[in-house]
Design a protein around this ligand. Sequence first.
Ligand code: DMJ
Length: 669
Amino acid sequence: MYRIGPIGRKSNFHSREKCLIGLVLVTLCFLCFGGIFLLPDNFGSERVLRVYKHFQKAGPEIFIPAPPLAAHAPRDEDPHFMGDRQRLQQKIIAELGDILEEPQAGAVGAAGSNAAAAAADADADADAQAPAPVPAAQQEQPVQQETAGDGAAGHRVSVAGLADDTTHNQNNNPSNSGQLLKLPMGMAKESADHADSSMEEKRQKVKEMMEHAWHNYKLYAWGKNELRPLSQRPHSGSIFGSYDLGATIVDGLDTLYIMGLEKEYKEGRDWIERKFSLDNISAELSVFETNIRFVGGMLTLYAFTGDPLYKEKAQHIADKLLPAFQTPTGIPYALVNTKTGMAKNYGWASGGSSILSEFGTLHLEFAYLSDITGNPLYRERVQTIRQVLKEIEKPKGLYPNFLNPKTGKWGQLHMSLGALGDSYYEYLLKAWLQSGQTDEEARDMYDEAMLAIMDKMVRTSANGLTYVSDLKFDRLEHKMDHLACFSGGLFALGAATRQNEHTDKYMEVGKGITNTCHESYIRTPTQLGPEAFRFSDAAEARALRSQEKYYILRPETFESYFVLWRLTHDQKYRDWGWEAVLALEKHCRTAHGYCGLRNVYQQEPQKDDVQQSFFLAETLKYLYLLFSDDSVLPLDEWVFNTEAHPLPIKGANIYYRQAPVTLPASNAS
Ligand code: DMJ
């Protein structure tokens, strides 16, 4: 018979039943204890200690009485719920910041000073949210917030005033301290230049150009590599292989971020998260292009945001490139298949050679990738390249454009600061800058190379224009590629960062080359420069051959305007940049995006129907930054990769986000 046993009355249970219940309870307790302390996964003194610490931390909460059920009290009045919500909000703000909110109108605009503000905010958040559980994204990289504020201020090399090396590394190594921080989106809009309404107008104009380029890409080519504005369909240049890799998205995303185009940025991030993968495709990719655009783009986005998505993607892409490095010398091949790992060089490149500007333009990305992942393998790969190039004999101190990865011998003795050579020299200087000016080997190699180039390849025309010619065997070809126009900025940056007996000459050559590139623009009816221009008795800074007269939205000249503006504050560089904006608008803009021109010497040139991804990554970014305050991506905290993706400088930039642990050196090199 079933009987209810009222309190005080005789119990309903017999002693045998009591025993049974007691036994069950004891068994349950034993199982719980074993689950926590004794199962294999949890076994071990560290784990026990951690569990103990969890209990210790949770102590106060254990002793606070349990909250009433939701049904018994409105949620807003529940102090526990409100506390949780506040902590959650603080956490979200700290993690996602302005992804969720409108960019703050009153925020300090400059990246440098924003860094300090953000660090302070993060500190405050950290205090307020002390008991909150740490989300996965943060657990990945412990934070040393106490140094964040220090890192943001007072440790900058004065690039404009020439570097004072002694002050540079007096910081508290803030490399680790920026894990929680986000570079505020749209950092330029409240910069110190806000008083200058004409600069604000110019920035707005360039931003509108970016919106036009992006929206039309989105409309007609979303997820494809590039846009054909005239035919309003996608363009798949062979440099991206035949797959849809969203090159314009990955390349352009950091520019959207810098400009504060929040909605567009989110669209791009979302696409990367959901769609971007090199798994399960058999694409033949250019190691160089994939590195500078895709790896570089992801790395910058990781530095800006701390979003682990970008770090994972950068590593994923770099890993796909690694088979290309399996050569007798370690000099990588140019092309690699993402599925098979088969790698090869271009048939046209001097008897199976690899190309200097390609294998020599991996260092910044691979070194940084090692630092943020803690995996030394990537740095080892580029160090191997460095050693080969350091030790090899250089004809007249110069680097030929071709090197055979099997024999380790030079191919044709063609030298150039334009196509096939250019960004190798750029990465020597920038590797040194990126390392916080500690990688002296890179700086020495840069100085030796540039001194040889100044001696053997830099010339002055009859009318006083400085240019850098190509050298083929012993013959100078008095021609300069548009690509070589980046070197105006490069020479100047070399001058501004080290004071020695070459400083003045570097700066003079840098200014001279930038001026010459400007001349190549203003000597055309379109005010846009040709792909290559020559110097002879008959002509200076003019293209002479029909196949040299096109302009494909290239950035190099504007890059030098930007660097020279930052280093000299000579107004003419901003004026020249504005001329370029007007010319781009007049000749390259179409109803559905921007195109290159087939002949810049015609009044009404035909358009080429390609909106290059580097137009969004580089051309518009450099123009926008040209009209922004110096404190937006300051040159002593950021170094631009060759695709204009800014990477943080070690020891000087709180967004460096170095991994707390480095794996032991790999022996696979
Ligand atoms: C970009 O992809 C990079 O700047 C590269 O180094 C060479 N040139 C193009 C744009 O012109």
